[in-house]
Design a protein around this ligand. Sequence first.
Ligand code: ADP
Ligand code: MG
Length: 242
Amino acid sequence: MNMVDFQQVSKRFGQTVVLDKVDLAIKQGEVVVLIGPSGSGKSTLLRCINALETIDGGDLRVDGLSVRGGKSTVREIRQEAGMVFQQFNLFPQMTALENVAFGPRQVRGTPNAEALKQATELLRKVGLAERKNHYPSELSGGQQQRVAIARALAVKPKLMLFDEPTSALDPELRQEVLRVMQSLAEEGMTMIVVTHEIAFARKVGTRLIFMEHGHIAVDGPPAELIDNPKNPRLREFLQHVE
Ligand code: ADP
Ligand code: MG
């Protein structure tokens, strides 16, 4: 079974067609890097996967569960698909540890002591064991984004969605976030990553997708597509991001 399965998925905002009958199947363990011009529908595609946006046509299944299922199915999908945004969206009044422990307590009903233990372990995993009692305002952007990744992982998702996770960061802070994402990929996490980090796409991605005007224009192996782009618009796009 596919982890993510778009079948003729359409999405409109008013008259604007944002996803145009998209077919896309992603298997467990794939690291899909999604690139494309601004406005091509990358964020919308991600947001449809965890039902932050509803779809207007077709069907979209996540680990077999349809986003058109009822409320409880949608809740299940949201637990299976962790999401990391460009703006870290941490709870400002909570420490790093509390941010990470919050989801398991709320969503999975994990007892407090157990949630804190797991959160400590996850913060260690993202290299922030020493910062667990800091508030977001006391952390750098790169550290905040690593907390956000730990927070998403805390709910034990089967799939991680990243929407330009390093775009709000200064260049010197991007690598620490990309390294955490790389180790997650190496552990076998299924990931869909919207990013302009072409070196990351080439090194870590198992599949590269180039979107244009709400459809998938190119889909294939990252190294091949990046080193020798045959699609002229992909070639031009890569010249501008690199
Ligand atoms: P990308 O992430 O590739 O830049 P988006 O998925 O954010 O693209 O947007 C695709 C198109 O949908 C754009 O034309 C954008 O203006 C439009 N759009 C996105 N979200 C909304 C919304 N909530 N309401 C209206 N239009 C939207
Ligand atoms: Mg976007």
